[in-house]
Design a protein around this ligand. Structure first.
Ligand SMILES: [Zn+2]
Length: 447
């Protein structure tokens, strides 16, 4: 398979050079460039592809290898083609050069996630070329607009072209990161992701003349107290099976582990770690509350009667809108009658089960690349395209594999960061990984 890694490397370099930078505007992204590239690449392997363009330039591509059994579970390998913007001044090499330097491919997207999008395409084309027929349909889905929430990508496709991309199992990004610790080695496979809810709090007061403020019912002063309470509020921690899996993954033990497992102490224990994982541990164990926008007041001499506070809320699996309202109510306390709560949007957390044949298939595939590693389920605190599929009933995992020499700190600094790059050994492991998974998954059906 040595020539396959060269193919993956080359395809990745070309995708980086396409610079499909998504700044959140519909005019950005230009993913059609990589659709053209992937179409040429896959058609070279005898595959038919479908192209979709819901807005000018915002292209996605789907290729399919028909399965032998229409009733067998379908598997979709999904990779996004867009990348986030760069700050070129922070890079030592051209962020869109796709250069291969000392065994590493440099450029925006090398980690997030063109490494997967390219290696999936190479494994997929290779299977097609070999005449491989899976039991259920095998789908390759190169999708636009993940970095801005998927509106012109996964969301649009599932709403408008569901038949083309729907599958029983979907594999995508945010898995395969490894940790070494005193009690061994762990590799994370993502099974869940937090929900996101925007909430607008309207703090009410009574208008009056700014020249006589004594005892005034000033909405801005009340809002200041509401904000102070939101900042001080500690939602009930959720220390569930994903939480213990995270502590296992990180190899946390001793006093720190017992503090992090204690609902009374987990907040302070996370805070004591600060940027060294504390923020992440906090986010993985609590609904988070971040008041990020305030609007209020009209005129210098008018006591304000309304202040709007927009709060970014991220929920854990199982925490619904009622839970959010109850926590906000606890936080606001005796000011509740002065505050209206309006849900701006409510995207629930999502989670896929682990007791599936695919989970064992992934464990095996990880084991081939990294025999010492134990596979642990993980929670993503941000969002990926997985969230669009799970409500349709698909089992979605964030999967992957990387060479054991890269640790989580490397990934952390390169994700959306400067000097993003991937080693060729990881590209080799990834290309093999998808091939193993497809063949192994078929093997789980028996005859
Ligand atoms: Zn990504």
């Amino acid at each position: 398979m040595a020539e396959l890694v060269d193919t993956t490397t080359d395809l990745l370099q070309q995708m980086i050079r396409n610079a499909c930078v998504n700044d959140g505007t519909v005019e950005s992204g230009h993913e059609l460039r990589s659709v053209d590239l992937l179409q040429g690449f896959l058609e070279g392997g005898g595959l038919d592809v479908q192209r979709y363009e819901p807005a000018p330039g915002r292209g996605s591509l789907v290729a399919r290898i028909q399965g032998s059994d229409p009733n067998a579970p379908k598997l979709c390998l999904m990779g996004h083609t867009d990348v986030v913007p760069v700050n070129p001044g922070g890079w030592v090499n051209d962020p869109f050069g796709g250069e291969l330097i000392d065994g590493e491919v440099w450029g925006r997207g090398a980690i997030d996630m063109l490494n997967l999008t390219s290696s999936m395409a190479v494994a997929f084309r290779n299977l097609a070329r070999q005449g491989y027929t899976p039991r259920g349909d095998l789908i390759y889905f190169a999708v636009a607009d993940e970095e801005a929430g998927g509106h012109w990508g996964a969301e649009w496709m599932l709403e408008n072209e569901r038949e083309a991309v729907m599958a029983d199992y979907v594999l995508t990004e945010m898995g395969g990161f490894g940790f070494s610790h005193a009690s061994g080695r762990s590799v994370m496979i993502a099974v869940a992701e937090k929900g996101a809810g925007g909430v607008r709090l309207t703090v009410k007061g009574t208008p009056g003349h700014g020249s006589m403020p004594l005892g005034a019912d000033n909405a801005l002063l009340k809002a200041a107290e509401v904000l102070r309470r939101l900042g001080a509020h500690r939602p009930t921690p959720q220390l569930d099976d994903l939480w213990t899996a995270l502590l296992d993954t990180l190899g946390v033990d001793g006093q720190l582990r017992s503090d992090l497992m204690n609902p009374e102490r987990v907040w302070d224990a996370a805070a004591s770690l600060g940027d060294l994982g504390g923020k992440m541990l906090h986010a993985c164990s609590h609904m988070s509350i971040s008041p990020n926008v305030v609007h209020g007041g009209q005129k210098l001499n008018v006591i304000p009667d309304a202040v709007h506070i927009d709060v970014d809320i991220r929920t854990l699996p199982g925490q619904d809108a009622d839970y959010v309202r109850a926590e906000l109510g606890d936080a606001i306390g005796d000011l509740a009658n002065d505050v209206d709560i309006e849900m701006l949007n409510d995207r629930p957390a999502s989670r896929s089960p682990q007791d599936t044949p695919m989970w064992s298939v992934i464990e095996n595939a990880v084991g081939l690349a990294d025999p010492a590693a134990k596979v642990e389920p993980s929670l993503i605190v941000g969002g990926t395209d997985a969230r669009h599929y799970r409500p349709h009933g698909a089992v979605v995992y964030g999967a992957g594999i990387f060479s054991p020499e890269i640790d989580m700190a490397d990934f952390g600094s390169r994700f959306h960061g400067n000097n993003e790059r991937i080693d060729v050994e990881s590209l080799r492991l990834l290309t093999d990984f998808w091939d193993h998974i497809v063949r192994d998954f078929d093997g789980t059906f028996g005859d």
